[in-house]
Design a protein around this ligand. Structure first.
Ligand code: G3P
Length: 496
């Protein structure tokens, strides 16, 4: 159970503590933030409402802790990360329970998220040992006008304090995807969890605490965005921000100082279906890609662009699969569970009503009970409908019928997002040409979009983000290159 056993020290009364300087603390604000269970719509947990002063102190300590961490041998950093990964996996049950209660993630997916996170941390430790253990050696005589009088040695050095802000949909996994690269690269880490998902994050952070990381190296401050959000992202002590979420990322990128930013801000992933596609494979991927975790994934299939000639058949196949999706509570491991908040549900409903008013074909009846929205496939969607462009982040999927591949590519590229996309065809040559033409960070051929495996590069074009993630890219992004140039008094050539 959350907050019990080894996790007993992270809660006092009914309020979870925040983590700073290697200790679990109560905020001096005396205030807390309520976390509403999306299923019951009642307060499930409470976390500390940290003050700006507490944030200042945490960052100051993180700065200090980073200095000695940077001097800790790489293999020792890796060893601690492996330990944290094992502890995280050992405690998957209570952490998964938090995910079920805070973000209504289906029970099995919640466990998968924690296990995947442990694997990510371990992989990151191994990758870090490999890539940070190597530097470059350059010689001056390859550039015109130079003799071999200069040897340049480069290595990767940490940035300092990394601020990690994960989203509600993968609070644990998208937190560790920032924490592990930061730590292996010799940085310290301050985590600001999303409100929904904060308690899952606090449990995960406790696993790092139990692994024995030095005091202050990792910390987790909770609270209201209005009080500590901008304060954190504009803090002069922060040397790098890794953010996953929505529009807030645009505001952060405008306000942040001259520091490296890694941002993933959502997508409107298009699924282009050609006449020669295996329609059973397409239907299975559309349902999995569009409806898993009730569509609350940045990489969900968010618009189907299908050639008119096969549209009727495909829609029928998808409808048959949608009919089999179970709808209900995350505890029962239903496929479709309540969306994260009432405001999310209202937003989704707004998109559905707009499509209705403009004449989309409803393949199922629209049904909602509180935050629970039944899966809905909207056929014959046109580009004047909001759902053709906006990201519902819910179980509603539009189908646009196209008469040429170019039309599909055009719709995909007209989006302000450019995270991922997919194309289904048996013709690999066509698939490659379409992939090259799609303005997205990744194109999947014959499969739905997805971020994983977690060592693959993950990036968005346009409003979908800045920089590239994935384990290797994140480690590199959280480092700087440092060069030392050895200047010789006379040219020296290595002879055979
Ligand atoms: O931010 C990425 C997340 O929303 C989707 O991740 O692993 O479901 O593709 P995944």
């Amino acid at each position: 159970m959350p907050g019990t056993g080894v996790f007993a020290e992270i809660i006092e009364g009914d309020v979870y503590k925040y983590y700073s300087d290697g200790e679990w603390k109560r905020s001096s604000s005396g205030k807390s933030v309520a976390i509403v269970n999306p299923t019951t719509r009642k307060t499930q947990y409470k976390v500390q409402a940290c003050t700006q002063e507490e944030v200042n102190k945490t960052i100051e300590i993180a700065k200090f802790a980073q200095k000695s961490w940077a001097k800790t041998p790489l293999w020792k950093r890796a060893e601690l990360l492996h330990k944290a990964a094992a502890i995280l996996k050992e405690h998957k049950a209570p952490i998964a329970e938090c995910l079920v209660k805070e973000i209504a993630k289906p029970a099995k997916d919640a466990v998968t998220e924690v296990v995947r996170s442990g694997d990510l941390v371990s992989y990151c430790a191994e990758e870090g040992v490999r890539i940070l253990g190597e530097g470059k050696f350059l010689m001056s005589d390859s550039f015109p006008g130079n003799e071999r009088t200069k040897y340049c040695l480069t290595s990767k050095i940490p940035l300092g304090v990394v601020l990690a802000i994960p989203p509600f949909n993968y609070p644990v996994n998208l937190a560790v995807s920032k924490i592990a690269p930061a730590l292996i690269a010799g940085n310290s880490l301050v985590l600001k969890p999303p409100t929904q998902g904060a308690v899952s994050c606090l449990h995960m952070v406790h696993c790092f605490h139990l692994a024995g990381f030095p005091k202050g190296l990792i910390s987790c401050v909770t609270g209201k965005g209005s009080e500590i959000g901008d304060f954190l992202t504009m803090h002069p002590g922060v040397n790098c921000i890794s953010f996953t979420g929505g529009d807030t990322g645009v505001a952060i990128s405008k306000k942040a100082g001259m520091i490296p930013l890694q941002m993933e801000l959502g997508g409107k992933d298009a699924c282009i279906v050609l006449e020669d596609a295996d329609l059973d494979l397409v239907a299975a991927n559309i349902v999995k890609g569009g409806f898993s975790y009730s569509g609350q994934r940045c990489t969900a299939v968010k618009v189907v662009l299908v050639m008119e000639a096969v549209a009727d058949t495909l829609v029928e196949k998808v409808k048959a699969k949608v009919a089999k999706l179970t709808v209900g509570a995350p505890e029962d491991d239903c496929d479709i569970t309540p969306v994260v908040s009432e405001s999310s549900a209202n937003y989704i409903e707004g998109l559905v009503m707009d499509a209705k008013q403009k004449g989309a074909t409803f393949c199922q009846e629209y049904k909602r009970d509180g935050n629970l929205i039944w899966p809905l496939l909207l056929d014959n969607v046109r580009s004047d409908m909001r759902i053709a462009w906006e990201e519902p982040f819910g179980p509603v999927l539009p189908v646009i019928r196209i008469t040429s591949v170019e039309e599909g590519i055009h719709h995909c590229n007209a989006s302000n997002f450019g995270l991922q996309g997919c194309v289904f065809t048996r013709d690999i040559n066509k698939a490659m040409l379409i992939s090259d033409a799609m303005e997205t960070g990744t194109v999947q051929i014959n499969s739905a979009p997805a971020r994983g495996p977690d060592h693959f590069p993950f990036q968005g074009l346009k409003d979908s983000g800045i920089g590239s993630q994935g384990i290797t890219n994140s480690i590199n992004m959280m480092t700087k290159i440092k060069s030392t140039v050895v200047n010789l008094p006379t040219p020296s050539y290595t002879m055979g």
